[in-house]
Design a protein around this ligand. Structure first.
Ligand SMILES: Nc1ncnc2c1ncn2[C@@H]1O[C@H](COP(=O)(O)OP(=O)(O)OP(=O)(O)O)[C@@H](O)[C@H]1O
Ligand SMILES: [Mg+2]
Length: 271
């Protein structure tokens, strides 16, 4: 059975869509996984811009409204099956519907990645309810941290404790909130630290996920480390790095995540 992973944050612009696209592209192209990526930011969908799918024939809005079957809304991009949204397609959201609509697709995919909405309403609730695992995307600044706390609290209230925090857009660590501070405030492990990367501007402009646009970058390497953990595979850490700096906290956290996902994959294979 496929794992449904929701990337959430009660804040816009932190990088949910960028990371959902990048993670999906890496899982599909570098881990050999079958991935379905869905835009669940219904009121302001923009996944299509990141995945070069500007005018999807059918969208998640059509699926949820019962106008089309889920399979018919799938478009293939960069080795990933994508269901985008349609900007301006306002409609009433039933937060349980997404979970019901994707239940059959779980058998067809290794991963279903949900790109969440920043609004604290039925939209993010629908992502939380449909997910088996939630990750909160945050940036290392105080205003965002308080929103991340809200997101983690909401998920916990719904019986879906957040599995990990992804810190994105790290620019100047000496003047930003530390991993330790974030972990202590949220009581959730940080599983990836992703730098602000200038190349993302070009990747978005050309509508190619960054791990494909520029494979050799710190951004793409860290996304690959996370996708390895989700695939139950060890990440490659050079002997010299290990010798010189030891393991970083996020690497240790990913090791735990890897064991969790490895066991799940192994178990589901024999169920
Ligand atoms: N690590 C990064 N380095 C550089 N730019 C980034 C990075 N992550 C995201 N961005 C840029 O930040 C902007 C916002 O990213 P994105 O659209 O992914 O955020 P979001 O959380 O999905 O926003 P929304 O809640 O509005 O959907 C985009 O221009 C994206 O290219
Ligand atoms: Mg987004």
């Amino acid at each position: 059975m496929g794992e449904v992973i929701g990337l959430i944050a009660i804040k816009g612009g932190v990088g949910k869509t960028t990371l959902a696209s990048s993670l999906s592209a890496d899982l599909a192209n570098n881990q050999g996984k079958k991935v379905l990526l869905i835009d669940t930011n219904y009121s302001a969908p923009n996944l299509g811009i990141h995945m070069d799918l500007l005018e999807p024939e059918k969208t998640i809005h059509d699926v949820l409204a019962g106008r089309t079957r889920l399979e018919s809304a799938v478009h293939s991009r960069f080795g990933v099956d994508v269901i985008a949204g349609r900007p301006g397609a306002g409609f009433e959201i039933n937060p349980l519907k997404l979970r019901d609509k994707i239940s059959r697709a779980k058998g067809l995919y290794d991963f279903i990645i949900l790109d969440g909405s920043p609004s604290l309403n039925e939209e993010v609730l629908s992502t939380i309810i449909a997910s088996n695992h939630l990750f909160v995307v945050t940036t290392p600044d105080m205003p965002t941290l308080s929103c991340s706390m809200q997101a983690a609290q909401l998920a916990k209230q719904r019986g879906k404790p957040v599995k990990g925090i992804v810190i994105n857009k790290i620019r100047d660590p000496a003047y930003e909130i530390s991993l330790k501070h974030i972990e202590n405030s949220l009581d959730i492990p940080v599983v990836a630290r992703i730098p602000d990367d200038k190349a993302q501007v070009r990747a978005l402009f050309t509508r190619i996920p960054l791990p494909i646009y520029k494979k050799r970058s710190k951004f793409s390497r860290e996304i690959h480390n996370l996708s390895a953990a989700l695939s139950g595979k060890p990440e490659t850490i050079s002997f010299y790095k290990k010798f010189l700096t030891g393991f970083r906290k996020e690497e240790v956290n990913r090791q735990v995540l890897k064991e969790d996902f490895y066991t799940r994959t192994f178990r589901s294979r024999y169920e």
